[in-house]
Design a protein. Structure first.
Length: 132
Protein backbone atom coordinates (compact mmCIF):
# COMPACT_ATOMS: atom_id res chain seq x y z
CA UNK A 1 0.00 0.00 0.00
CA UNK A 2 1.47 3.39 -0.83
CA UNK A 3 1.15 6.62 1.10
CA UNK A 4 -1.42 8.07 -1.33
CA UNK A 5 -3.90 5.23 -0.69
CA UNK A 6 -3.03 4.48 2.94
CA UNK A 7 -5.18 6.09 5.60
CA UNK A 8 -3.36 8.88 7.39
CA UNK A 9 -3.36 8.81 11.19
CA UNK A 10 -2.66 11.57 13.65
CA UNK A 11 0.30 10.89 15.94
CA UNK A 12 -2.12 10.25 18.83
CA UNK A 13 -4.07 7.70 16.77
CA UNK A 14 -0.86 5.97 15.67
CA UNK A 15 0.49 5.90 19.24
CA UNK A 16 -2.74 4.28 20.41
CA UNK A 17 -2.58 1.62 17.67
CA UNK A 18 1.06 0.87 18.60
CA UNK A 19 0.24 0.74 22.31
CA UNK A 20 2.75 3.43 23.16
CA UNK A 21 2.64 6.93 24.57
CA UNK A 22 2.13 9.98 22.39
CA UNK A 23 5.42 11.59 23.57
CA UNK A 24 7.35 8.41 22.68
CA UNK A 25 5.87 8.41 19.18
CA UNK A 26 6.73 12.10 18.78
CA UNK A 27 10.35 11.20 19.57
CA UNK A 28 10.23 8.53 16.85
CA UNK A 29 8.83 11.07 14.39
CA UNK A 30 11.48 13.68 15.17
CA UNK A 31 14.23 11.04 14.99
CA UNK A 32 12.96 9.80 11.61
CA UNK A 33 12.25 6.37 13.06
CA UNK A 34 8.77 6.20 11.53
CA UNK A 35 7.63 7.43 8.12
CA UNK A 36 5.36 10.47 8.10
CA UNK A 37 3.89 12.95 5.67
CA UNK A 38 3.29 16.60 6.48
CA UNK A 39 0.02 18.40 6.02
CA UNK A 40 0.02 21.82 4.32
CA UNK A 41 -0.07 23.25 7.85
CA UNK A 42 3.13 21.36 8.79
CA UNK A 43 1.52 18.70 10.98
CA UNK A 44 2.80 15.13 10.85
CA UNK A 45 0.49 12.35 9.71
CA UNK A 46 1.46 8.68 9.76
CA UNK A 47 0.36 6.42 6.91
CA UNK A 48 -1.42 3.39 8.43
CA UNK A 49 0.90 1.06 6.51
CA UNK A 50 3.92 2.67 8.22
CA UNK A 51 2.81 0.93 11.42
CA UNK A 52 3.01 -2.54 9.84
CA UNK A 53 6.69 -3.14 10.64
CA UNK A 54 6.09 -2.29 14.30
CA UNK A 55 2.93 -4.38 14.61
CA UNK A 56 4.19 -7.50 12.85
CA UNK A 57 5.71 -10.26 14.95
CA UNK A 58 9.26 -11.28 13.98
CA UNK A 59 9.44 -14.45 11.86
CA UNK A 60 9.03 -17.54 14.02
CA UNK A 61 7.70 -15.58 16.99
CA UNK A 62 4.06 -15.21 17.95
CA UNK A 63 2.64 -11.72 18.31
CA UNK A 64 2.93 -10.51 21.91
CA UNK A 65 -0.15 -10.71 24.09
CA UNK A 66 -1.98 -7.46 24.70
CA UNK A 67 -0.69 -5.75 27.80
CA UNK A 68 -1.91 -2.81 29.80
CA UNK A 69 1.55 -1.32 30.39
CA UNK A 70 2.16 1.79 28.32
CA UNK A 71 5.74 2.47 29.36
CA UNK A 72 7.18 0.44 26.49
CA UNK A 73 10.43 1.40 24.82
CA UNK A 74 11.31 -0.26 21.53
CA UNK A 75 15.04 -0.64 21.08
CA UNK A 76 17.81 -2.81 19.79
CA UNK A 77 19.81 -5.21 21.93
CA UNK A 78 23.42 -4.02 22.15
CA UNK A 79 24.75 -6.30 24.88
CA UNK A 80 23.86 -9.64 26.47
CA UNK A 81 25.94 -11.03 29.33
CA UNK A 82 24.89 -14.38 30.79
CA UNK A 83 26.32 -15.47 34.14
CA UNK A 84 24.78 -18.54 35.72
CA UNK A 85 21.04 -18.20 36.13
CA UNK A 86 20.94 -14.45 35.39
CA UNK A 87 21.64 -12.27 32.37
CA UNK A 88 22.22 -8.58 31.79
CA UNK A 89 20.53 -7.25 28.66
CA UNK A 90 21.22 -3.73 27.40
CA UNK A 91 18.90 -2.09 24.86
CA UNK A 92 19.71 1.00 22.84
CA UNK A 93 16.65 3.23 22.79
CA UNK A 94 17.54 6.27 20.73
CA UNK A 95 20.78 7.59 22.20
CA UNK A 96 19.97 6.16 25.64
CA UNK A 97 20.65 2.72 27.13
CA UNK A 98 18.20 0.64 29.18
CA UNK A 99 19.61 -2.24 31.23
CA UNK A 100 17.60 -5.16 32.56
CA UNK A 101 18.58 -8.15 34.67
CA UNK A 102 16.51 -11.18 33.63
CA UNK A 103 16.93 -14.94 33.78
CA UNK A 104 19.31 -16.71 31.42
CA UNK A 105 16.36 -18.90 30.39
CA UNK A 106 14.42 -15.80 29.29
CA UNK A 107 17.37 -14.68 27.14
CA UNK A 108 17.39 -18.07 25.40
CA UNK A 109 13.60 -18.25 25.02
CA UNK A 110 13.41 -14.74 23.55
CA UNK A 111 16.45 -15.27 21.33
CA UNK A 112 18.08 -12.10 22.62
CA UNK A 113 21.41 -11.21 21.06
CA UNK A 114 23.00 -8.00 19.79
CA UNK A 115 21.10 -6.50 16.88
CA UNK A 116 17.72 -8.03 17.78
CA UNK A 117 14.79 -5.67 18.36
CA UNK A 118 13.16 -5.91 21.77
CA UNK A 119 10.82 -3.89 23.95
CA UNK A 120 11.66 -2.75 27.46
CA UNK A 121 8.45 -2.74 29.49
CA UNK A 122 8.97 -0.48 32.46
CA UNK A 123 6.83 -0.86 35.55
CA UNK A 124 7.60 1.53 38.32
CA UNK A 125 5.68 3.09 41.14
CA UNK A 126 7.93 6.14 41.22
CA UNK A 127 9.82 8.18 38.67
CA UNK A 128 12.42 10.62 39.95
CA UNK A 129 13.56 13.62 37.95
CA UNK A 130 17.06 14.99 38.35
CA UNK A 131 18.22 18.25 36.86
CA UNK A 132 21.82 17.98 35.61
Amino acid sequence: MNTKTSALLTPREAAQKLGMSYPALKHWILAGRIRTVKTPGGHHRIPADALDEFLAAPAGHPAPAAISGRNQLLGSVVEVTVEGLLAKVVLAVGNQRVTSIITADAVRELGLKPGVQAIALIKATEVMIIRP
